[in-house]
Design a protein around this ligand. Structure first.
Ligand SMILES: Nc1ncnc2c1ncn2[C@@H]1O[C@H](COP(=O)(O)OP(=O)(O)OP(=O)(O)O)[C@@H](O)[C@H]1O
Length: 343
């Protein structure tokens, strides 16, 4: 549905040249949700703005729904852009218009008859769960409600593609989850393909089918979310994943934690369990084989791209030799083991 072919974007400002994107190729299949993740300044905004030519690439080609946007005249482009909705971090609502009138705006520009506008806006208000707020002004809405209005407004033109530019970055975690689940519903119910950019792996984990990692203007890794989570290659990808699987160590454990082995102390481990190991009874195996008492401090099961993913903080209590043998045993079962210290 979206294809970026060898996109390069160079900004020239006075005598400074910035290469924001360098040879970026990305394929977004119809009906999928694809995320591009990267740190600040990596080129995410430039990339997503190139898709609808808000930013014209210096070289390369952009295809949306089979049409080459980079070769279109302005009037052809204006028409093609109706298939491409976009939502932003700061919502971009018109403050002098009510919720209803904000959503109606693109339909008015399109000269849609008034009676049709009323029916369509009511449908959209229902879809985003804001029927009660139709006559309110944006200043009276929460961030999450504002983003719902922005989503309804962009859906008014029946786009085939939705571009999300850090759409949840200004929202708290609970509101973020509700907006992400609305986006997922839109993707499934309306068959709208979504390309989003984010700096948070949790967003990718929550709704994306595929992910690409951008660093310094280049895509350094891409694949299905399940694959990337279970076999990340680039150091940056590993860093993003680690941040999303991170588990807080409880304060009383933190106070007792030391970096190297000590008599009377035992290893505190973070285990990341994927693939076949998820359903294997590994803790009872280490208990049996190495006489380990496991003290589970925190544990969570995530579903990432349809794959089960377990993370656990656990203290292993036995002799030092058995503790080490148990750790090696877990590693041999493809469990990622990190010794956080000794408690
Ligand atoms: N209009 C512009 N003129 C000059 N340089 C620009 C322009 N827009 C972006 N850049 C530069 O291009 C690089 C990529 O910026 P971009 O905004 O795409 O990154 P980003 O990953 O979206 O970052 P952030 O998450 O902080 O928004 C940066 O070095 C930035 O300074």
């Amino acid at each position: 549905m979206i294809e970026l072919k060898d996109i390069t974007k160079v900004f020239r400002h006075k005598n400074r040249i910035t290469t924001a994107l360098s040879g970026v190729s990305l394929y977004v299949p119809k009906g999928k949700i694809v995320g591009v993740i990267g740190e600040s300044g990596a080129g995410k905004s430039t990339l997503i703005r190139c898709v609808n030519l808000l930013e014209r690439p210096s070289s390369g080609e952009i295809y949306v729904d089979g049409q080459n946007l980079t070769q279109m005249s302005e009037s052809q482009l204006a028409k093609a852009r109706r298939n491409i909705g976009m939502i932003f971090q700061h919502f971009n609502l018109l403050s002098s218009r009510t919720v209803f009138d904000n959503i109606a705006f693109p339909l008015e520009l399109d000269k849609t008859p008034k009676s049709e506008i009323i029916i369509r806006v009511k449908e959209l208000l229902k879809l985003v769960g804001l029927e009660e707020k139709a006559n309110d002004y944006p200043s009276k809405l929460s961030g999450g409600q504002k983003q719902r209005v922005a989503i309804a407004r962009t859906l008014a033109s029946n786009p085939k593609v939705l571009l999300c530019d850090e759409a949840t970055s200004a929202l708290d975690p609970a509101t973020t989850r509700s907006i992400l689940s609305l986006l997922k519903e839109i993707n499934k119910r309306l068959d709208i393909t979504i390309l989003l950019i984010t700096h948070e792996m949790d967003v990718v984990k929550e709704i994306c089918d595929e992910v690409a990692v951008i660093s310094d203007g280049q895509l350094i890794e891409q694949g299905t979310v399940a694959d990337i989570f279970s076999h990340p290659k680039a150091a940056l990808t590993k860093q993003f994943i680690a941040s999303s699987l991170h588990m807080e160590i409880p304060v009383d454990y933190q106070e007792n934690l030391v970096a190297s082995p000590q008599a009377g102390k035992h290893p505190l481990l973070q285990l990341e369990i994927t693939g076949q190991s998820v359903d294997a009874p590994v803790l009872s195996e280490v208990a049996r084989l190495f006489n380990i008492d496991s003290n589970i401090i925190n544990a969570r099961m995530d579903y990432v791209g349809g794959m089960k993913f377990g993370v656990m903080l656990v203290e292993f209590i036995s002799s030092a030799e058995n503790e080490n043998r148990a750790i090696e045993f877990l590693k041999s079962k493809n469990i990622k083991v990190e010794v956080l210290g000794y408690v």
